[in-house]
Design a protein around this ligand. Structure first.
Ligand code: AMP
Length: 437
């Protein structure tokens, strides 16, 4: 199987060779012919599968079949975060290097005027975050009447981040006759509803089984008290001489605080999250890639779409509110057959989240206690029996002893594991509004 046997022209094949790709990835094998045929596509694929080339290569070929008549854009690619938009645009530039295609990227958090100038010049491909795109539309800086192909990348995350209204507005402005490509890591009811209204008889593409974790990833849970987590992390980094670790926190504040603590322990660290300027985020990421920063601390939303190859270690400093995010997070390690290690520092109040994750991935994760960091409450050993999550939430509001995470054999200091019930586990993802572009 080669890129040319999928129907791509020589100029695009040469661009993939320049990137060092030898064979198309599974998602590319399925998506490229489907997009080339002009069909709508609904693809279940996460970052790391090669999905970006899967839609970009064939859409560039379709554009090359005839020249642009007006100012464009002819292809609109919507992405949830600045990082993902910038990375997708970078891919568009790489793959179109032997073609006359013009492209641009627009996102929030930076000046709007230079983006308006670029749009005025005319372009074929526009990569955008929904919020900034609507701002530009409101200022008459972009028109949609020439859009031939629409791509929604990481559609699930766009909905989670509250972009559905912007997306619906944009859809209503597009020409009815067009090709639609929808990429999403997960397919919730909401995504399926969006897909139904958007896609016309789509080709369905699915590669990795959803909610499974790669066998090449070793996963370990470190039970530890919340107050000891940063000291334990410093110890693990130093003791194992880790040089490149991606650490996930639930909040932006948490990311900042942890970065400071690591720095105090003599470990170079940088935080990446929605409150940081675009410049600071780009700098943090490139310093991390260059090996100048050992620990990159990120929130889920900021980390989404980060393309960091072959990370040896990923640490969950806090477990995610949504179990599926655990699978995304640890997918950052053990890529392409490499052995990776995903560690989770779990305090007793996160017992219920851990149980949710273990239910989702259908396995019990091994626990490892570190001497000097023994938790005052043990974590439950077995995932809780299957339960309707909405009902579980209702139950947890009952005042006495009804939470799942009671340790049974814990030493108990009066701070039961049921503490977790007041800690915002509403099932919604955190701070969508502030992270919007
Ligand atoms: P994506 O899932 O689109 O974020 O891509 C993940 C990474 O895989 C990127 O660094 C791509 O450059 C790389 N990649 C994409 N396609 C291939 C391929 N066919 N062979 C090797 N690497 C690839």
């Amino acid at each position: 199987m080669s890129f040319s046997s999928l129907g791509l022209t020589e100029k695009l094949v040469r661009a993939t060779a320049d990137q060092g790709y030898e064979t198309p990835s599974p998602i590319q094998q399925q998506a490229i012919p489907a997009v080339l045929s002009g069909r709508d596509v609904m693809a279940a694929a996460q970052t790391g599968t090669g999905k970006t080339a899967g839609f970009t290569l064939p859409l560039l070929q379709r554009l090359a079949e005839k020249p642009r008549a007006g100012k464009g854009p002819r292809v609109l690619i919507l992405a949830p975060t600045r990082e993902l938009a910038a990375q997708v645009h970078e891919s568009v530039e790489h793959y179109s290097k032997y073609l006359p295609t013009a492209s641009a990227v627009v996102f929030g958090g930076v000046k709007i005027n230079p983006q308006m100038m670029k749009l005025r010049k005319g372009l074929d491909v526009l990569v955008a975050t929904p919020g900034r795109l609507m701002d530009l539309y409101g200022q008459n800086a972009v028109r949609f009447n020439e859009v031939e192909i629409l791509v929604l990348d990481e559609a699930d995350r766009m909905l989670d981040m509250g972009f559905i209204r912007d997306i619906r507005k944009i859809l209503a402005l597009l020409p009815k006759q067009r090709q639609n490509l929808l990429f999403s890591a997960t397919f919730s009811g909401e995504i399926r509803k969006l897909a139904e209204g958007l896609l016309n008889n789509p080709v369905q593409v699915e590669v990795a089984t959803r909610n499974t974790t790669a066998e090449t990833i070793k996963q370990t849970v470190y039970p530890v008290d919340q107050s000891q987590k940063s000291a334990l992390l410093s110890k693990l980094v130093q003791q194992n001489d880790w040089q490149q670790v991606l650490v996930f926190t639930r909040t932006k504040h948490g990311a900042n605080r942890l970065t400071q603590k690591l720095e105090r322990d003599g470990i170079t660290a940088a935080a990446i999250h929605g409150n940081k300027s675009q410049g600071a985020r780009t700098r943090a990421l490139s310093n991390f890639k260059l090996g100048e920063v050992r620990v990159l601390v990120a929130t889920d939303i900021a980390a989404r779409g980060l393309d960091i190859k072959q990370l040896p270690q990923v640490v969950n400093f806090e477990l995610p509110n949504v179990p599926e995010d655990y699978v995304h997070r640890i997918g950052r390690t053990g890529r392409a057959g490499e052995q990776g290690h995903a560690l989770s520092l779990v305090s007793a109040d996160e017992g219920r989240m851990l149980a949710g994750i273990e239910r989702l991935i259908k396995k019990q994760l091994p626990r490892k206690t570190v001497e000097g960091f023994e938790p005052s409450n043990n974590l439950p050993l077995k995932p809780k029996a299957k339960a309707d999550p909405s009902r579980a939430r209702n139950r947890s509001r009952r005042p006495a002893g009804g939470t799942s995470a009671a340790p049974g054999r814990g030493r108990g200091n009066g701070r039961g594991q049921g503490q977790g019930r007041n800690q915002g586990q509403s099932g919604r993802r955190s701070s969508p509004q502030s992270a919007r572009d």
